[in-house]
Design a protein around this ligand. Sequence first.
Ligand SMILES: NC(=O)c1ccc[n+]([C@@H]2O[C@H](COP(=O)([O-])OP(=O)(O)OC[C@H]3O[C@@H](n4cnc5c(N)ncnc54)[C@H](O)[C@@H]3O)[C@@H](O)[C@H]2O)c1
Length: 451
Amino acid sequence: MSDWYTNFVNSGVGTTISKQLGLPRPAVLRRYEPGEPLLPGPVVVGTAGGGRLRDTVTAVLRDAGVTVLSPVAADGSTDGEKLGAVVLDATGLSGPGDLAAAHDFLAPAIRRLRASGRVVVLADPPAQAETPAQAAARQAVDGLTRSIGKELLNGSTANAIYVPEGAEASLASPLTFFLSGRSAYVDGQGVTLAAADVPASGDPEKPLAGKVAVVTGAARGIGASIAQVVARDGAHVVAVDIPAAGDSLAKVANEIGGTALQLDITAPDAPQRLVEHLRERHGGVDIVVHNAGITRDKLLVNMDAARWNSVMAVNLQAQLDITQALLDDGDVLKPGARVVSVSSQSGIAGNRGQTNYAASKAGVIGMVRAWAPRFAERGATINAVAPGFIVTEMTAKMPFGRREIGSRINSLSQGGLPVDVAETIAWLAQPGSAGVNGQVVRVCGQSMLGA
Ligand SMILES: NC(=O)c1ccc[n+]([C@@H]2O[C@H](COP(=O)([O-])OP(=O)(O)OC[C@H]3O[C@@H](n4cnc5c(N)ncnc54)[C@H](O)[C@@H]3O)[C@@H](O)[C@H]2O)c1
């Protein structure tokens, strides 16, 4: 399944027709392909406010095989080579006046950005500022980055990373993610890092090698894509879905050399069955992806208890019960485990006809934030991914008009693909993402809803 309109306007005849009619032309996004370079061009790194991360950033980029240019070269004075990405290190801002340097650096650099380019802004977390002026300048980075995301064209994105003092070692994984094609549909977002013991990076093409991952709702849609991407990155996948989806579940599991486990995650004995399966067959689990989810839409005034209860049971209570069972077991959840919960843009913005669904998906965010400190104590992480409009069988059921509007009202003017959600989850599951904990990463193309 893919975005028909994007495919159409980028086809030969579609390009001509859309130009003549003045129709919007969403770009074909640069998506991750194993073996491809991290970026299609060099990166320019600039600073505003001191920039204590400049050397760290340069080392990360050089390790990733990226050419790093100085700001002078980005100013148009070299051979005019287009830029793959622009990175602004705005750590050390003391007040709004320091932001003038951000403008001076970004304006000429962004003019030279290639299609599907990347802008990444690094800053200190506003919540840890020592003065109101410092907090103002740090918070200004949020508005700056989100606005750049809205101004960029041709499939380019802008995201922010907030790096507290002492969390420098946590930067490599999120920085490379935001620069790479893995983050194609992540736009206008910010993640705040924590200090963590970050293991030495292994094979960048197989970052999940040797890991065991369980993915719920893996028989189709986003879950099937998560299973495929996590397996591509090296993990053995235990694919879970309801018995009624057994045939497609077996197909997904076989294709990736994984294991199928038929299990209704709302069954009273489901957490225990899952824990036992993981312990006995696989010696434990490293990665847990709570993806299974359902919708039962109705306006609240017309919603019966069955619709309310079933959505809460699958989307929220099962995630709580399974995670609790994994924690209670003692050793089934391996050291450095990664839990990723699928939330939704509806859980952030709310949605007409989806009080049950939005409540459940907002609940997922609350759960992740509450558990993050406990996970950090064991060197583990728990995060949420909130997809916006993703082209799947779930969204294919929507009426045409609502579906078309829903998929266009974002900075990239298109719906995301299941693989975009899957890549974000696989990134959070990496050992190197140890410093990303208790975060909510939207995969929504910078949707206007709930922004
Ligand atoms: N498609 C979107 O645009 C979108 C947007 C935001 C969030 N999401 C979320 O992403 C996740 C996947 O969505 P999708 O579009 O792929 O949906 P989907 O309906 O295509 O797939 C969901 C899968 O979960 C399984 N499932 C349902 N109940 C289960 C249960 N009790 N036990 C085990 N498995 C169960 C289903 O059988 C199905 O295979 C869901 O959590 C959904 O809420 C989707």
